[in-house]
Design a protein around this ligand. Structure first.
Ligand code: BGC
Length: 756
């Protein structure tokens, strides 16, 4: 044994041993109905419950596709996914409950990542709202719509923590702050599951992908980075812990390996942490085909070995690899998997079905009347528009270029993203219909079309612009009083399997922008994209830039309302925008170095020779149409003891000429701890809307939960005592600070609600 192995083993033991065991790895006894059912099931029927089969995205009518139908009839489908539509899912439940021996209803899952039919901004954009009530409401609407179409289980929220915008799935993420991610995770679970899981407008949430899936190498999809215990406990796990504490009934085991062990076979993650330490009682589903991929990872010899490892580690449901249905019977007969382990998995699935009310009424969610009345309701679209407005981030606004006057007579809308309906909805838009989307061009026409002439040129495509396209766009722009340039990525450039090595604007869009901006007209760029981009050149040249993300069904209208001042830009960046790809990873909560970079480049300090140490736009950045003064934070007490909470107050004054909403962010830094702590970490935020000249105070709490981090001896707690810089301001780079002292009451206590 090398020294490193000994140290690692000792550390792992410490990490696990000192954590109180909140729950058993084995399911408790369930209801009489579930136990009776379990007692009557054959081995094959039990194994069938563990199999999850994909249906077809397209709903063609009330009849099932024959493969799905035969899977149910053969008893090889405990659940289906990629099926929706009230009449269709009613038919599926009918087959399961009336044409199989035990009549067990189906779990019906679907990826509803930012709305079902009413499409909300993509999750990264939702994070930019910093508005948990709006996020919860969006998920309530998504759940109500999907549930009305028969779906009872949604594969969201995605809680992967990533600091690498090359990874396409950052679009599904909450950005770079694990603390913010935990708050969003809770809100999304509450929204999806509602007050009661039994309610026909609630669905079971499935937090994914457990765990470390966002720690990619080089942003490459399906790659697994090396995740230390600290990175796991401080960044990857807290959002999942928050989702579990909020009652999430499902967790999806990840594709990637952590410390060499892929998610579906990782018993440290699934049994020791998720079930024993956190007391999770719900189901664990594999990611798509992930059990079979254990063989490709080189950790399982054959399908039997893969199935054995996955079940024994705590994976209950096999999504689409058919390993459980083909292997488990033999494994149980040979004693390689215990019958009790199989029973535990089946029991958890049946309990979930019971909690969803499926045994009482398998058709409750599949109501064509409710579906017609719920899906795409006008008030849902209004909520999507309101959220899109809250999510857009004003990155730059020189000389108050924005908002444009609504009295303009001629406005040019130019660019390949100006009228792309699918690109307005964004990637993975569930059952969203691009025809429902209001593009930016349509939005501008809605806002000023009655009074202004709205000129339009695509300026080429997202990937290609010819000199003729540019010439036509310039000619058109020359006729307008103001120009809106709609630039960015195709929606399919973000999402699963959409990693990019370059984060520049694709194609020749920069050349198009330069030619149009050179006219010197008041010009605003509107960016549509699912990740931070490297737009330093654009930033240098464009007078104004509005980050619209992929804003969903009403996104174009939301952007137009902001551009013309009918709504204010309120979003703040949940992820740092680098100057160049070479700076990645670059994020606000970096660790200190012994040789920090100063304001001027200096040899033997951290950084690069060819690019500065700062990002293009820091985490939390976002301008408004007015200006604010924010005071130095004040504390209601200089010190807190264990269990106490201090209140941080910040005075705010609107120093501009328009009513606006200030967004105050709170960061902390532990001055001294046994392990070096980040130079700043987001731990709170608050908003206040003020008229010109108006003054107000925002208040934010800070207690042990905010101060806690993973301690070397293996528990989540604040350091034993010490000084903490409490910093507040409009973004992570513009902060004023005060010192808070922390003195624990007795022996250091465990903080229960911060994860890990
Ligand atoms: C993705 C999951 C998704 C699943 C089912 C996988 O490829 O990684 O996030 O839930 O497919 O569609």
């Amino acid at each position: 044994m090398t020294l490193r192995t000994i140290v690692c083993a000792a550390l792992a033991a410490a990490v696990l041993a000192t954590v109180p065991l909140a729950g058993s790895a084995h399911a408790q006894q369930a209801s009489k109905r579930v136990e009776d059912l379990l007692a009557r099931m054959t081995l094959e029927e039990k194994i069938g419950q563990l199999n999850l089969v994909s249906g077809h995205h397209a709903v063609t009518g009330p009849y099932t596709r024959s493969d799905v139908r035969s899977a149910i009839l053969k008893g090889e489908a405990g659940g289906l996914f990629n099926v929706y539509g009230a009449a269709y899912t009613r038919g599926l439940q009918e087959i399961a409950t009336t044409q199989t021996r035990l009549g067990i209803p189906l779990l019906l899952g679907f990826d509803v990542l930012h709305g079902y039919r009413t499409i909300f901004p993509v999750p990264l954009a939702q994070a930019a709202t910093f508005d948990m009530a709006a996020i919860e409401q969006a998920e309530r609407i998504a759940a109500a719509e999907a549930a009305a179409a028969g779906v009872n289980w949604i594969f969201a929220p995605m809680l992967d923590h990533s600091r690498d915008p090359r990874w396409g799935r950052v679009v599904e993420s909450f950005g770079e702050s694990a603390w913010l991610g935990a708050r969003i995770g809770e809100a999304r679970v509450r929204g999806l599951q509602g007050r009661s899981l039994k309610s026909p407008d609630s669905v079971a949430a499935c937090a994914k992908h457990f765990a470390g899936n966002g720690a990619t190498e080089g942003g490459r999809e399906y790659s697994g980075g090396d995740v230390s215990v600290r990175a796991m406990r401080d960044q990857q796990l807290p959002p999942f812990k928050a989702a579990v504490d909020a009652g999430a009934r499902c967790v999806m085991a990840a594709f990637n390996a952590v410390d060499g062990i892929p998610g579906v076979a990782n018993d440290t993650l699934l049994r020791d942490i998720l079930r024993r330490e956190w007391g999770f009682k719900g189901v664990v589903v594999s990611d798509f085909g992930a059990i079979e991929e254990l063989i490709v990872h080189g950790v399982a010899e054959n399908p039997a070995d893969a199935g054995r490892q996955a079940l024994r580690a705590g994976t209950d449901i096999d999504m689409e690899s058919r390993t459980f249905v083909t292997q488990l019977a033999t494994l149980v007969r040979e004693g390689k998997v215990l019958a009790s382990e199989l029973d535990d998995a089946v029991r958890r699935i049946l309990v979930l079905k019971e909690e969803l009310g499926l045994f009482d009424d398998p058709y409750a969610r599949s109501s064509p009347e409710r579906e017609a009345a719920t899906v795409g309701r006008p008030d849902h679209f209004q909520a999507a528009r309101a959220m899109a407005e809250k999510s857009m981030v004003l990155l730059k606004n020189d000389r108050n270029t924005l908002p444009f006057s609504t009295k303009l007579q001629r406005v040019a809308v130019i660019g390949p993203l100006a009228d792309g309906k699918a690109d307005t909805l964004g990637p993975w838009a569930a059952n969203g219909n691009p025809e429902d989307a209001t593009t930016l061009l349509a939005g501008v026409r809605r806002v000023v079309g009655d009074t202004a002439e709205v000129l339009y040129a695509s300026g080429g495509t997202i990937d290609r612009t010819s000199p003729a396209d540019i010439a036509a766009a310039v000619k058109l722009a020359a006729r307008a009083e103001a120009v809106i340039l709609a630039l960015g990525e195709r929606s399919t450039m973000s999402g699963e399997s959409a990693s990019r090595a370059s984060l520049d604007l694709p194609g020749d869009q920069l050349a198009l922008a330069r030619a149009v901006i050179a006219l010197g007209k008041p010009t605003a760029v509107v960016l549509f994209n699912g990740r931070p981009l490297t737009i330093e050149d654009l930033d240098r040249e464009a007078p104004a830039i509005l980050e619209a993300w992929f804003p969903g069904s009403e996104g174009g209208l939301a952007a137009a309302r902001i551009l013309f001042g009918l709504a204010e830009p309120q979003g703040r960046l949940p992820m740092t925008f680098p100057r160049s790809v070479g700076q990645i990873p670059i994020y606000h909560d970096e660790r200190p170095t012994g040789r920090p970079a100063g304001p001027q480049p200096k040899p033997y300090t951290t950084g690069y020779q060819d690019v500065g140490p700062t990002p293009l736009y820091p985490f939390g950045h976002g301008l408004t149409y007015t200006t604010f003064f924010m005071g130095t934070p004040r504390l209601d007490r200089p010190a807190i003891a264990g269990g106490e909470t201090a209140t941080v107050s910040v005075d705010v004054m609107n120093t501009g000429a328009r009513t606006g909403t200030a967004h105050v962010q709170l960061y902390i830094r532990h001055r001294l701890a046994r392990v070096s702590r980040p130079v700043k970490e987001l731990r709170g935020f608050a908003r206040i809307t003020l008229p010109p000249g108006g003054v107000g105070v925002v208040k934010m709490p800070i207690g042990e939960a905010e101060l806690a981090f993973w301690q070397p001896e293996g528990r989540m707690a604040p350091p034993s005592s010490g000084k903490i810089d409490v910093m507040a301001g409009p973004d992570s780079a513009t902060l004023k600070s005060i010192i808070l002292e922390y003195r624990p009451a007795g022996p250091a206590r465990q903080a229960s609600n911060t994860g890990g």
